[in-house]
Design a protein around this ligand. Structure first.
Ligand SMILES: CC(C)(COP(=O)(O)OP(=O)(O)OC[C@H]1O[C@@H](n2cnc3c(N)ncnc32)[C@H](O)[C@@H]1OP(=O)(O)O)[C@@H](O)C(=O)NCCC(=O)NCCSC(=O)CCC(=O)c1ccccc1C(=O)O
Length: 342
């Protein structure tokens, strides 16, 4: 492809980054909408291409308690933001600890995720770490007591050792909207698992991935092992856990751990572009696809989640509402006008 053609494709196929020859040479550039012949523009490109690369307009968001006073909860270890275009962003804000999480961090992330789930204006959620050095370095080892993670600063139940990150994993997994991990620097230990349970991972070229558990006396025998094996295969998953090595971004891309790799300076923009593309698409189609992809791994729990989405759709149908109205009107429902599918 000559330079002119590369520029043409680059304007539409934004995953091609001509500035990063290393990535291009690896053959991992993506050209989502590009025609095979760069000189022609398909109708698909014309209609769906040209996604804005403008900076996202973020506003700090707050989370409220369920209590009737609706008081705002103080976020100490997480930053929560929203954009008018429908993106919510959760940032682990402990850069001095390479964004290691405490029980409090996880609690705050869960509050934000809950809010993002319930906010109908939010269509996609970004998870990231503050700064360029780390997405997340897993559980804060200084908050790990003899029996598990505790929050020494808090009282009451916070003294009970726990692994509440498992609840966050499930929350991301069952989130009816896509969650994108935007990874700069280290995504290791429990931080590596967090990016794996996200639906998509966009990695900066300085990203480093790995499981450290076997070196610090920890492991995740749940999604951290089984979902990993689905992503990268049994042999590689065993390698990651048994040897506890670190892998760079290109290795991670080759392994299928991440969706794309971009220069660090492009990470925020590229993440915004992926969000915008998702936001253009049918939220129901995306939700059901996520349900189905999860259900294939999650057994009955996955079917339960997908079943919930199906029921929600059914509630919006005339047939579903005939049942509701008939009950409220004290009459026998008349389902005769609804087609019986063959
Ligand atoms: C991430 C490093 C490789 C970065 O190295 P480097 O850039 O050289 O920085 P450092 O100087 O090491 O770190 C700077 C500063 O941060 C502190 N720090 C870093 N990570 C942690 C951490 N995880 N806990 C506490 N503190 C941390 C570090 O001490 C420095 O502090 P100073 O005061 O400035 O000295 C490197 O930092 C590193 O290897 N970090 C540790 C990675 C790790 O082992 N993480 C824990 C893995 S186990 C885990 O995450 C438990 C949870 C879990 O895995 C799990 C278990 C069961 C079910 C589910 C899960 C789950 O999903 O999480």
């Amino acid at each position: 492809m000559d330079d002119a053609a590369r520029r043409r494709v680059g304007s539409i196929a934004h995953h091609v980054n001509p500035n990063n020859q290393d990535l291009a040479n690896e053959g991992f550039s993506r050209s989502t909408y590009a025609s095979a012949d760069a000189s022609t523009v398909s109708s698909y490109e014309r209609v769906h291409g040209n996604v804005s690369r403008d900076a996202v307009k973020w506003t700090r968001a707050s989370v409220r308690t369920d209590a009737s006073d609706g008081a705002t909860i103080e976020l100490r270890e997480v930053i929560y933001e929203k954009s008018p275009e429908g993106i919510a962003r959760v940032t682990i804000n402990r850069p001095e600890k390479r964004n290691a999480f405490t029980p409090r961090t996880i609690k705050e992330m869960r509050w934000c995720m809950d809010d993002a789930r319930d906010d109908g204006s939010v269509g996609v959620i970004v998870l990231r770490g503050m700064g360029d050095l780390a997405f997340c370095s897993g559980g804060d080892q200084s908050a790990r007591g003899e029996g598990g993670y505790v929050d020494a600063k808090a009282g009451g139940s916070e003294h009970t050792p726990r692994l509440n990150v498992l609840d966050l994993q499930m929350q991301i997994r069952r989130m009816p909207k896509p969650v994108i991990a935007s990874v700069a620097g280290y995504a290791v230990g429990g931080g590596h698992i967090l990016h794996m349970v996200c639906d998509l991972t966009i990695a900066a070229d300085n990203a480093v991935f790995g499981q450290t558990g076997p070196k610090v006396g920890s492991f995740d025998a749940g999604y951290g092992s089984t979902h990993m094996a689905r992503l990268i295969g049994q042999k590689k998953a065993r390698e990651m856990w048994f040897l506890a090595r670190f892998y760079n971004a290109i290795d991670a891309l080759k392994m299928g751990l991440v969706n794309t790799v971009v220069p660090l300076a492009e990470l925020e923009t590229e993440t915004a572009v992926w969000c915008r593309e998702i936001l253009r698409n049918s939220p129901t189609a995306i939700r059901l696809c996520k349900n189905a992809l999860n259900a294939a791994e999650d057994g009955q729990a996955g079917i339960q989640d997908m079943g919930g989405s199906a029921t929600l759709l059914f509630y919006q149908s005339a047939e579903g509402n005939e049942g509701r109205r008939a009950f409220l009107e004290g009459r026998r429902p008349d389902f005769s006008k609804f087609q019986r599918f063959p």
